[in-house]
Design a protein around this ligand. Structure first.
Ligand code: S3P
Length: 431
């Protein structure tokens, strides 16, 4: 498969050097916009994530009657309060964003009108039954074919439920908590493992009495959300590409400033640490409920690692990149228990395996992960984004350690989360 369109020829070998930052966190930006929209006044957001996913969220909010003053990376959201959205004129478009589709569905379920939410080809093939089931149990009325978008949601009176999802998913959890804000009685989500907790942290920062306990996370119906000021930290998932590049290319030495270091997101750091990475975390602090800090990354000799279980959830978006890192580590890396990767923006297991193989890596595909036998030896070749921003950026990192040049197709997909990614990479190579 080749998505062609944007094509780049990438040569590696140059060390990555410099003092840099990455764009604002995408997960936190979606939540700041959506929760701001449900707030009782003006929420201001600084360092909002750029990229098409977050733009989709701003656009959808506008269509639901929420005023968003768009000042680029600084926006003001004029909240309309719980249940205060207005009926859109036509179908809402979540583009490529699973987070937007799942979170907004929880909100729409508790409004007083009917709305349809759809997305691009990738999003229309991703499983939505994981939210349709529990939302329907809460009293929502949702029409969808085969458990996929478009979803037509008729706002209804909701009642709280206790839901135990089979997979740990922050999108499912957040969808149900947002529906729970509009429901009568308690809504509790009991996860099989801890997924990212940005929604819970932001609800608490907005003064909502959320309960977080071993037995589950509980919201108990409407209570006003106070507007807040959010300074979005750098996106750890975007930083990860430079962390990987810095670790892999000989002579690299990087500082990445103001990166979000929420423990539910930094599994990749723990994994590369186990592999022998030389990374220092400096200036660690918590601002507005979210941990952040600066990272110094130096080229490191790495060895393979085996992972599964909770490691998977905490590093879910970085596992394809871990595959790239593993090609340069001594010995074997085994990723298991990661079947969720098959239902992301693309099938990230097969995309990772295909790309690494095209570059000359020794890699085996598993139903729920992959095995990489490392030791270097990437030759270069032709790779594709598979219409997935993270696959495109991971491939560009792999190209940095290939001996020959690499042709990457479908480069425009990086716009989903990281416009300017290739330019930033070039800047660091020129040190
Ligand atoms: C996200 C949660 C994760 C992650 C996605 C963003 C979020 O998905 O893969 O990129 O912002 O809540 P799941 O919660 O479905 O695992």
């Amino acid at each position: 498969m080749s998505t062609e369109m944007g094509v780049r020829r990438i040569t590696g070998g140059d060390p990555l050097k410099g003092d840099m930052s990455v764009p604002g966190d995408k997960s936190i930006s979606h939540r700041a916009l959506l929760l701001g929209g449900l707030g009782e006044g003006v929420t201001s957001i600084r360092n909002l994530a750029p990229g098409e996913d977050v733009e989709s969220t701003m656009k959808v909010l506008g269509e639901l009657g929420v005023e968003v003053e768009d000042g680029g990376r600084e926006v003001q959201v004029h909240g309309s309060g719980l249940g205060g959205f207005t009926e859109p004129d036509g179908p809402l478009d979540a583009g490529n964003s699973g987070t937007l589709m799942r979170l907004i569905s929880g909100i729409l379920a508790g409004q007083r009108f009917e709305a349809t939410i759809t997305g691009d080809t990738s999003l229309r093939s991703r499983p939505m039954d994981r939210i349709i089931g529990p939302l329907t149990e809460m009293g929502a009325i949702i029409r969808a074919e085969d458990g996929t978008a478009p979803l037509t949601i008729t706002g209804s009176r909701l009642s709280g439920v206790t839901h135990r999802p089979n997979v740990a998913s922050a999108q499912v959890k957040s969808c149900l908590l947002l529906a729970g804000l509009h429901a009568e009685g308690e809504t509790t989500v009991v996860e099989p493992g801890p997924s990212r907790d940005h929604t819970e942290r932001m609800l608490a920062a907005m003064g909502y009495p959320i309960e977080i306990a071993e037995e589950g996370i509980t919201v108990n119906g409407p209570s006003p959300l106070e507007p807040i000021e959010v300074e979005v930290p750098g996106d750890f998932s975007s930083a990860a590409f430079f962390i990987a590049g810095g670790l892999l290319v000989e002579g690299s030495n990087l500082i990445i400033r103001d990166v979000g270091l929420n423990d539910t997101r930094t599994g990749f750091l723990d994994l590369v640490d186990k592999m022998g990475a030389k990374i220092e975390v400096k200036n660690r602090r918590v601002e507005e409920g979210e941990p952040r800090g600066d990272l110094r990354v130096r080229h490191s000799e790495l060895s393979g690692v085996e992972l599964g279980g909770e490691d998977v959830v905490k590093a879910i978006d970085e596992l394809p990149l871990l595959g790239v890192v593993a090609t340069q580590a001594e010995g074997r890396t085994v990723v298991r228990g990661a079947e969720e990767l098959r239902v992301k923006e693309t099938d990230r297991i097969s995309a990772t395996v295909d790309n690494l193989r095209s570059l000359g890596a020794d890699v085996e595909e598993l139903k729920d992960g992959f095995i990489v036998d490392g030791g270097g030896g990437l030759t270069g070749g032709t790779v594709d984004s598979y219409r997935d921003h993270r696959i495109a950026m991971g491939a560009a990192v792999a190209a940095q350690v290939a001996t020959g040049s690499t042709r990457l197709t479908g480069t425009e997909w990086v716009e989903v989360s990281f416009p300017g990614f290739f330019e930033k990479l070039e800047e660091l190579k020129n040190g």
